[in-house]
Design a protein around this ligand. Structure first.
Ligand code: C2E
Ligand code: CA
Ligand code: CA
Length: 753
């Protein structure tokens, strides 16, 4: 399972928008609240100034009422006619009937009481509510409720003020209602024809009683609504008040209903404001939701984009199969590890781990199974390393491990051993039991390296060496190894040049019949004369050519040359039954191999039976099925097949049953001991006997001594090859050698039989 990238933290669009919307809403709401409060304050202010204004007008009204009373009484009292007719005996006809001081005083001015008091303070004339009334004195009419009013002093004041044509004035209460009283002494009014009368002057008293109707009307005339005397039901807070001072000292409180412009304003504006608020709340709510939804969407897509980005970065830097880092971030990690090593005085270890025999798993089972093995290997490796170490997959079955901060090499060695051990442990996948091993290349550095990537090259060289040394082991890089690798690279280039310039030659080593001594064939052995190094052994360059693929053009040349030489021999009449060519497994497995062989035979007009191909058991290691199929096709064609180096491989006996071969060549290492080592002798006897049971011919390789020849002959080994008979030789020497041997054989008595 690939490791999934860490989910990145969510973006804050939503939170941000929510916060700013809340702030905005709060702000607007606050503003609305302030506006509302200001409105109420203004309204209250309006109301208050309205109260002040109406108080002013009520005052004005009262003053004007008083003023009117004073003006009226002045007009009638300081008038010569009235002085003459009202001072002594009252001229009732003049006063009431002719209405000089009669009914019109009530009708026109609203004076409830009109009194005239003579010099002795006796009431001589009384008109109450417009009706003349006899026997009613001013003091008795007024005195009913007006105990506190000292009429005499008012009259005295009026007589005193008369000199300056002024009048006396007082306010008193009657049944709670204000009563305005004005008194003025009669004078001639400056009329020179009116005779002055002796003694205290008669006084005119006018009474203006402000009852509810009159008060209301007085208020209305000044635009004041419901002017009245306050009673217990009045709300002192609502209606303004005016205290009218009375002679008794207890003021009379007037109240009225002032207009409330503030209330009116509020009545109009508050609903509008409220409506605005509601609309605002609705719109804000709507906007809030819409914006939040948009933000949520934006967040979602933003997060998705971020997730994709993170995923992309992860995919670009990690192996999709194992989830391990891939080579793209390796360089960075390696550089970092080198810096850490330099700074901390430690070392950095780099391991290159390559699985052995992984390819057959892929080919023989399935890629799916191979993938699972790789995943399991990755898991096992990750379980071994510490946090901070890096395990990366380079591709295929190759892994890199970086161990920074290494203190001693033993620890590295221990880790490498654990890798080998844990990777080699059995795998049980899809009910299949498998085993895989690994070759590990190790390099340790102090970090002082210009190109940290070189460490990987070094680990690779070491790993290559580990493979060469038989796999399933760890090899440590040394400076010498680098030199060796360098040489290999040089060799490879030289080899390429040799292929291009055909700088090879073929030598041949004859094979002889153990019994008759006849030449039964010759093995073609490649020779390369290097311009500097001289003759280079095929053992040195064939393995390299196999890994580089250069073995293909080389073998094509060998096949062609060997067939060409055999054709020449046949054409010359030099009899050689068969020529043997060594074939590398890598080439045999090529799909075109069979047709390549056919083409070579056809080109030189040879029978298939004249060609023998030497293969090793390693062909069966990888792609056994394909190898078997190719071998069967070759066998069918008639080409002979021999197993080379028999005995040193891995499979031996078991495969002999299935391999369609004609002969086996017992490896030189067994032949060597046949004349002195019992075990080797026994092994050879066993191989010969078994091969004969399977109807296979047996060739002994590397026969050098007579003792070996005798042993092999006695044990019925069919053919022999080795320095005892002939060393590998040039084609022209081979020609001579065959002619010589065949000639001798033709004359020998044994051959005659
Ligand atoms: P091989 O196929 O086992 O060839 C036999 C090797 O043993 C040859 O070495 C030969 O010179 C050597 N030999 C023969 N008789 C004796 C003996 O009595 N004593 C000793 N000590 N050695 C003996 P050579 O020619 O150096 O070849 C080495 C290997 O190179 C061959 O081993 C073969 O595996 C490979 N090789 C040679 N030529 C070719 C070629 O054309 N194609 C391929 N694929 N491999 C080749
Ligand atoms: Ca051989
Ligand atoms: Ca051999």
């Amino acid at each position: 399972m690939p490791l999934s990238p860490d989910p990145s933290p969510l973006t804050t669009h939503q939170r941000y928008i929510r916060q700013s919307l809340m702030c905005m809403s709060g702000l607007l709401f606050g503003l609305l609240l302030i506006a509302g409060s200001a409105l109420v304050l203004v309204a209250l202010q309006f109301n208050s100034s309205s109260r002040e204004q109406t108080t002013f007008y009520v005052n004005k009204a009262m003053e004007s009422r008083t003023g009117a009373l004073v003006a009226v009484i002045g007009d009638y009292a300081f008038w010569g006619d009235a002085y003459e007719r009202m001072s002594g005996v009252v001229d009732l006809d003049w006063a009431y009937t002719r209405n000089n001081l009669g009914r019109h005083m009530y009708d026109s001015f609203g004076h409830e009481g009109v009194f005239v008091v003579n010099g002795n303070n006796v009431t001589t004339y009384a008109v109450i509510n417009g009706e003349v009334t006899e026997d009613l004195s001013l003091s008795s009419w007024l005195g009913l409720d007006l105990d506190s009013l000292n009429i005499d002093s008012l009259l005295a004041e009026a007589r005193t003020l008369a000199d300056e044509e002024d009048v006396a004035f007082a306010i008193t209460g009657n049944q709670g209602l204000p009563v305005l009283i004005s008194a003025a002494a009669f004078t001639s009014g400056g009329d020179p024809y009116v005779k002055e009368l002796p003694g205290p002057a008669a006084v005119l008293v006018l009474v203006d009683q402000l009852g509810p109707v009159k008060l209301a009307a007085l208020g209305e005339s000044y635009g004041i609504s419901q002017l009245r005397v306050a009673d217990s039901t009045d709300d002192a807070h609502r209606a303004p008040a005016l205290a009218v001072e009375t002679m008794a000292g207890t003021p009379i409180i007037l109240r009225w209903e002032p207009p409330q412009p503030g209330n009116t304003m509020l009545l109009w504006l508050l609903p509008i404001l409220l409506l605005c608020l509601l609309v605002f709340i609705y719109i804000t709510r709507f906007n809030f939701r819409a914006t939040l939804a948009a933000a949520r969407k934006a967040d979602a897509s933003h997060n998705q984009v971020r997730r994709y980005q993170t995923e992309l970065v992860f995919q670009a830097t990690h192996d999709s199969l194992t989830g391990l880092p891939n080579r793209s971030i390796l360089e960075e990690r390696l550089k970092q590890a080198c810096v850490t090593a330099q700074q901390s005085g430690t070392q950095v270890a780099v391991m290159l781990i390559d699985l052995d025999g992984f390819k057959p798993i892929n080919d023989n089972f399935s890629h799916h199974l191979g993938d699972q093995v790789l995943v399991e290997v990755a898991k096992r490796m990750l379980a071994i390393v510490r946090p901070g170490d890096t395990v990366a997959r380079m591709g295929g079955d190759e892994f890199i491990v970086i161990l920074p901060g290494v203190l001693d090499e033993q620890a590295v060695s221990a880790i490498a051993e654990r890798f080998l051990e844990d990777i080699a442990a059995p795998y049980h996948i899809d009910s299949i039991d498998l085993r895989v091993t690994a070759s590990v290349g190790v390099v340790v550095s102090n970090g002082l390296i210009e190109q940290p990537l070189e460490l990987i090259q070094h680990a690779d060289s070491a790993m290559y060496q580990a493979k060469q040394e038989g796999r399933n082991n760890a090899f440590w890089y040394t400076a010498g190894l680098s030199q060796q690798m360098h040489e290999m690279a040089g060799l490879r280039n030289d080899l390429q040049r040799a292929i291009e310039t055909q700088a090879f030659k073929l030598h041949y080593q004859p094979q002889v019949n153990s019994t008759t001594g006849e030449i039964v064939g010759a093995e073609a052995l490649l020779r390369w004369t290097h311009p500097v190094r001289g003759i280079v052994s095929p053992a040195a360059f064939i393995p390299l050519a196999e890994t580089t693929g250069q073995i293909i053009p080389i073998t094509l040349w060998v096949l062609d040359t060997a067939c060409c030489h055999l054709r020449q021999l046949a054409d010359e009449g030099t009899f050689l039954p068969c020529i043997a060519v060594n074939i590398s497994s890598t080439h045999l497995l090529r799909a075109s191999f069979v047709s390549t062989v056919k083409a070579a035979l056809n080109k030189h007009g040879l029978h298939a039976a004249q060609l023998e191909l030497e293969i090793t058991e390693t062909v069966l290691l990888n792609h056994a099925d394909r190898a078997l199929h190719t071998l069967q096709q070759l066998k069918k064609m008639g080409v002979r097949l021999a197993i080379d180096d028999f005995g040193v491989g891995f499979s031996s006996m078991n495969y002999l049953k299935v391999l369609p071969v004609n002969k086996i060549k017992i490896d030189r290492s067994f032949i060597n001991g046949t004349d002195h080592n019992e075990q080797d002798a026994a092994i050879c006897q066993g191989i010969i006997s078994m091969a004969h049971h399977l109807r296979l011919r047996v060739v002994a390789e590397g026969v050098e001594r007579e003792g070996q020849r005798v042993f092999l002959q006695e044990n019925h080994c069919d053919d022999m090859q080795g320095y005892l008979f002939a060393k590998p030789m040039s084609f022209s020497k081979l020609r001579q050698f065959i002619r010589k041997v065949n000639g001798e054989a033709a004359h020998s008595p044994r051959a005659a039989h």
